[in-house]
Design a protein around this ligand. Structure first.
Ligand code: NCD
Length: 301
């Protein structure tokens, strides 16, 4: 629909009476811009605070009070924060206020990044369209799984699918948290842990690469003491993978994926990034209850 002027104008009319507040107190490029683009697709007007040092937080206002202020002027709050669990707490707080506007978690601390998980699922679904869908697939996660929130969110969402096997590949000190493994266990999801990426590549249907999250280091140079060179994919590694497999990455990347393989059809991370804009537009449409009318009008041409 968005490809034609008529379709794009139609979409921009759907939520032109709504306003979204983007409250991003942690670095972000693609998540921020994809939310901006998603709001623009549906015609929402936007406000933003990205630097709390020039907002009233600088004057000592608590974040809870800041968010309550936003809810007075806006119909939706999209927030990224370095504080784990904050979006959830804010959503709870607002749901008990006189203006219970929806809150979207655009990344919270080291714990969750649910909209990234949605776009990852959408990318996997599209990638496996011709090979029976996500059910029954073997998904490998590699990198800093302890502090990477995207993997934590995606692993939990993938546990909703049938017979998906999850394999977590990381240096032992950066392995996925026990809290996530407990969720997989109670969902009956099969999983394995490994520290050897090369050995699991030949059987993988999807490999989800991530970068070292050294901004969370508790001591200076903590991440540098670990050898991450075995957690990289280049031309040699991709040659060991199945022809119909796919490689994902939430981006930004460092050296865990060589740009040399960007042109390989199995490298889907650029498409994955663009999917983020569409999935976020879809999420906002569904939050405001306009998804059915959009789908119906699309069917009517
Ligand atoms: C991720 C994040 O912020 O957690 N980035 C993103 O939203 N695509 C991954 C990362 O920063 O490594």
């Amino acid at each position: 629909m968005a490809k034609s002027k008529a379709g794009s104008d139609y979409l921009q009319q759907r939520l032109s009476h709504k306003r979204a507040m983007l409250f991003f107190t942690q670095p972000s490029t693609r998540t921020f811009l994809s939310f901006v683009a998603a709001c623009e697709i549906l015609g929402l007007k936007m406000g933003e605070v990205r630097n709390p040092s020039i907002s009233s937080e600088f004057k000592g206002e608590t974040r809870d009070d800041s968010v309550r202020t936003f809810s007075s002027y806006f119909d939706l709050i999209i927030m990224r924060s370095e504080v784990g669990g904050l979006s959830e707490r804010v959503a709870w707080l607002l749901s008990h206020s006189e203006r219970p506007v929806p809150v979207i978690n655009a990344g919270s601390g080291k714990d969750q990044h649910p909209t990234q998980a949605l776009l990852d699922i959408y990318t996997l679904q599209r990638s496996f369209e011709k090979t029976g869908g996500i059910d029954g697939k073997r998904i490998v996660f590699s990198g800093d799984l302890k502090r990477g929130r995207t993997v934590r969110s995606l692993a939990v969402l993938l546990a909703q699918y049938q017979d998906v096997e999850q394999c977590f590949v990381a240096p032992p000190c950066f392995q996925i948290g026990d809290d996530i493994l407990a969720i997989l266990q109670s969902a009956g999801t099969k999983y394995t842990l490994s520290d050897d990426l090369r050995s699991v590549l030949p059987a993988a249907d999807a490999v989800y690469m991530t970068r070292i999250q050294n901004e969370w280091d508790e001591s200076d140079g903590e991440s540098d003491q670990t050898d991450f060179t075995r957690y990289r994919i280049g031309t040699t590694e991709i040659a060991a993978m199945k022809p119909e497999s796919v490689i994902l990455h939430p981006l930004p990347r460092r050296d865990e994926i060589s740009p040399e393989i960007d042109g390989d059809p199995r490298a889907v991370y650029w498409r994955q990034m663009r999917n983020g804009m569409w999935i976020r537009a879809a999420l906002i449409a569904s939050l405001f209850g306009v998804e059915d009318e959009i789908m119906d009008d699309r069917a009517d041409g």
